[in-house]
Design a protein around this ligand. Structure first.
Ligand SMILES: N[C@@H](CCC(=O)N[C@@H](CS)C(=O)NCC(=O)O)C(=O)O
Length: 225
């Protein structure tokens, strides 16, 4: 996996169900950038993210990691902003500073305050250190995702949202929202309480860039049951 000859300018170390990798897949697709996906299985043999070859790329032992030539990029938000700076069209951030602050706030609400609480290693720790069974872990997930989506929904009422989180073009906030909604549904959190973000999620998923990035469309996704 690590160290093979690349077929494209971009190599994404990926996992089908990783919502952080899902963000980068959407951004690459929106920018029209071809990439090679190299799956890192997060569960097999204790997790391939912990293998020395992958740790050499990302010492945090997390996906995603995007390689471009000899450059190694980590942290999905930093990667998406790198793609935005190096390929400004189509833009994922608004032209005005206030708009950019709004979009980054929505994105960070998910990336900083919701997603880390439900990461695989956190759930594993809840189980091994505190004996949290599957039901307790589900409660934990739904609690934190619901708190985040409730706040996100309230922000969307500020008048700046349109078909998407900011106006009528997809951008950074949508790139973060769609994978988090995927997680919410995975943990059986109903979306009825969040009508605005529910509608935006549906609008995003009409776009091929989002559809092609979906977990079930990835090469390492298990075949449908
Ligand atoms: N803040 C990081 C989070 C990356 C992250 O948490 N990745 C998860 C998958 S969504 C992971 O690799 N988990 C492996 C583990 O917990 O061992 C980013 O945005 O890239």
């Amino acid at each position: 996996m690590v160290g093979e000859q690349a077929l494209h300018d971009y190599v994404l170390y990926d996992y089908w169900r990783s919502s952080a990798a899902y963000r980068v897949r959407i951004a690459l697709n929106l920018k029209g950038l071809a990439y090679e996906s190299r799956p890192v299985h997060l569960l097999r043999e204790g997790g391939e993210q912990h293998a020395p070859a992958y740790r050499a790329l990302n010492p945090q032992e997390l996906v995603p990691c995007l390689c471009e030539g000899g450059r190694v990029l980590t942290q999905s938000m930093a990667i998406v902003e790198y793609l935005e700076e190096t390929h400004p069209a189509p833009p994922l951030l608004p032209a005005d500073a206030a708009g950019r602050a709004r979009v980054r706030a929505l994105a960070q609400l998910i990336a900083c305050d919701v997603h880390p609480l439900g990461n695989l290693r956190v759930l594993q720790r809840l189980e091994t250190q505190f004996g949290a069974d599957p039901a307790a872990r589900g409660e934990w997930m739904r609690h934190w995702i619901a708190a985040g989506l409730q706040a996100f929904e309230a922000h969307l009422a500020d008048g700046a949202a349109g078909r998407y989180c900011h106006g009528d073009a997809p951008g950074l906030a949508d790139v973060l929202l769609v994978p988090q909604v995927y997680n919410a549904l995975r943990w059986q959190l109903p979306l009825e309480d969040y009508p605005r973000l529910h509608g935006i999620h549906a609008a995003c998923n009409e776009l091929e860039a989002f559809r092609r990035a979906a977990p079930e469309r990835q090469p390492d996704a298990p075949p449908p049951a």
